[in-house]
Design a protein around this ligand. Structure first.
Ligand code: ARG
Length: 578
């Protein structure tokens, strides 16, 4: 058992097709039915075989049905349409499977097959800028992917590819030397860096001599001038401390924090090898990779060296891929970066293919924008980008009175702690609950609501299920231990909940393949609703029937496990009470 119904049915179907029709299929196209009228799962892969086998598809499907053995998982398969095979899960199988899963920390979900080494490139803010609301998405989505893939057994390296190199440093160093305000620097270091950068770039635009001076500072830095290098290090450090505050609040960690500067020494070599291989060529004094063969990539080259000899964002990204292949033997790299960089990544991936790395699985996990109530990019009242820390503060402040009302006796420290965790969970969840490729509206009332597809609702449902387990212990005098015996279904709500639990493994696997965390959110929401429906209708501790109580407790424990696994993959805070 793998804890993945789709995977198991696929194997069974492949086997049956081979036996009945004598052909090997890669993918028998098993999926969950969208309409329960037809059953729970369907095998669609026989129909397309009819052409090559020159036979009636329904007849072929019948032959497959005759030999298909699901080992008791499903009832008698039925034929539908021109050659689809429909399957219904057996209640007995569900009862047995979830009864057993209740004894397992992983709820019976095994690691994936075909495990990979995957680098997840996420968050990646630029140095000398405060993290703003736009950094939330990459951080939260990337973190969820890291955790989900890791749970499924992949070797994952979460890398914060910070923008710590580039032309901005010439401007910053110039402005620092001319205009820094030590007092401001001491009280708000990152704010002062932001101010200096804005000032330097505005001055440079007005005055060509200043622009030249900025370029000279940059050249000095690139040539290793000790004063400029020390300044650069200081800027990077200030930014890092600032970013770390946000990561601490979000409880996000990275395995590596290799910024763009990590690849500096490799850049000249990258350009040389591209030139040698005839992949890049000169263009108006610069060097670029052209995609003459591809209409889609257009005729704007992927620049790897500027006219003045400096290297580009593209160059360091190429060096980064090469490093990850060499250092980790990575099979897959995920770039959790907003949709505006689609063109950059398309060209990066096409360049890597030209360089002989076509076998690498490189994916741009792109995402849309966060919008305000008015449907425009989310801004403060005065029209500025919203600082991430302000956003998290506000979440906490808004939730605090509700917590205080509900838990007047726990003391203010504890109330704050709960508010923090609910607030963070709500913000994160709202960010992941929608298809990442679309823009979404940031609406406080919706995302903080205790009901609906929200973080607080899921956190609350987990707390509720765990409190039943605690209550059992205090009534019985010893903790509940699931026996592993099959569950007993007295009511539909129990059956429905148990059936939902069988789908967690498949859901996680879909997130792994499609890189869409909202699929997991949707699943957890349905699971939580089914749990609450069960809990409203079925007495657990209050029933005198001991066997039924044990069965229901097993279901409660399994649900708590399922919610816990899902929320920990999404990295939504889980707490003892709320
Ligand atoms: N620092 C970049 C930005 O803020 C994002 C970096 C994404 N990762 C990468 N390997 N290009 O736009």
């Amino acid at each position: 058992m793998s804890g993945r119904i789709l995977h198991e049915l696929s194997q069974m179907a492949t086997q049956a097709i081979k036996e009945a029709l004598g052909v090997d299929v890669d993918d028998p196209d098993v999926r969950a039915c969208t309409d329960p009228k037809f059953g729970d799962y369907q095998i669609n892969g026989v129909l397309p075989l009819a052409k090559t086998l020159r036979d009636n598809p329904r007849k072929l499907a019948q032959k497959v049905v005759d030999v298909l053995d699901t080992g008791g998982m499903c009832g008698e398969p039925s034929l539908a349409g021109p050659g689809f095979i429909n399957l219904k899960l057996n209640d007995d199988w569900v009862a047995k499977t979830i009864g057993r899963a209740a004894t397992d920390d992983r709820l019976g979900i095994a690691k994936s097959t075909e495990l990979e080494t995957i680098v997840v490139d996420f968050s990646s803010p630029n140095v000398a800028k405060r993290m703003h609301v736009g950094h939330l998405r990459s951080t939260v989505l990337g973190d969820a992917l890291v955790r989900t893939l890791r749970f499924l057994g992949d070797t994952v390296i979460g890398d914060n590819h910070v923008g710590d190199w580039g032309t901005q440093f010439g401007i910053l160093i110039w402005a620092w030397k001319q205009e820094r305000d030590e007092v401001a620097l001491a009280s708000d270091p990152i704010g002062e860096l932001e101010r200096l950068y804005k000032l330097g770039s505005a001055r440079g635009k007005e005055d060509e001599a200043i622009a030249d001076a900025c370029r000279a500072e940059l050249a000095g830095l690139q040539a290793g001038d000790p004063e400029n290098l020390a300044l650069w290090e200081r800027f990077v450090e200030i930014s890092r401390i600032e970013a770390q505050k946000a990561y601490d609040r979000l409880e996000v960690e990275f395995d590596t924090w290799h910024g763009e500067s990590h690849y500096n020494d490799a850049l000249a070599g990258v350009v040389d090898s591209l030139l040698d291989a005839g992949i890049a060529r000169e263009t108006e004094g610069a060097i670029g990779v052209f995609f003459d063969e591809s209409e889609k990539l257009g005729d704007i080259p992927f620049l790897v060296r500027k006219r003045d000899g400096a290297f580009n964002y593209a160059t360091s990204d190429i060096a980064t891929v090469l490093f990850r292949v060499r250092e980790y033997s990575a099979d897959r790299m995920l770039y959790v970066v907003d949709s505006r960089q689609q063109e950059h990544f398309r060209k990066l991936f096409a360049t890597m293919a030209k360089m002989g790395h076509g076998d690498l699985d490189l994916e741009h996990v792109h995402f849309g924008m966060i919008l305000g109530d008015d449907g425009k990019p989310f801004k403060t009242r005065s029209g500025e980008t919203v600082a991430l820390s302000d956003l998290l503060d506000e979440a906490e402040e808004r939730i605090l009175p509700k917590v205080a009302e509900k838990w007047p006796d726990v003391g203010e420290v504890e109330q704050r702690r709960i508010a923090q965790r609910v607030g963070i969970g709500a913000v994160k969840y709202a960010d992941m609950a929608q298809h990442r490729a679309t823009d979404y509206k940031f609406e406080w009332d919706k995302l903080l609501a205790a009901e609906g597809n929200t973080g607080p609702y899921l956190q609350y449902t987990l707390v509720r299920s765990n409190s039943v387990v605690r209550e059992y212990e205090s009534r019985q005098g010893s903790p509940f231990v699931a026996s592993g015996a099959p569950l007993r279904f007295e009511r539909d709500e129990e059956r429905e909940l148990a059936r939902e639990l069988t789908k967690l493994g498949d859901t996680l696997e879909r997130v792994r393949k499609q890189l869409l965390p909202h699929i997991l959110c949707e699943y957890l929401y349905v699971l939580a609703r089914k749990f609450n429906a069960f809990y409203a209708k079925c007495k657990v501790l209050g029933t005198d029937d001991e066997a039924l109580r044990e069965s229901r407790m097993a279901l409660v424990v399994a649900t708590a496990r399922g919610l816990d696994i899902g929320l920990s993959c999404l990295n939504i805070p889980r707490m003892a009470r709320m």
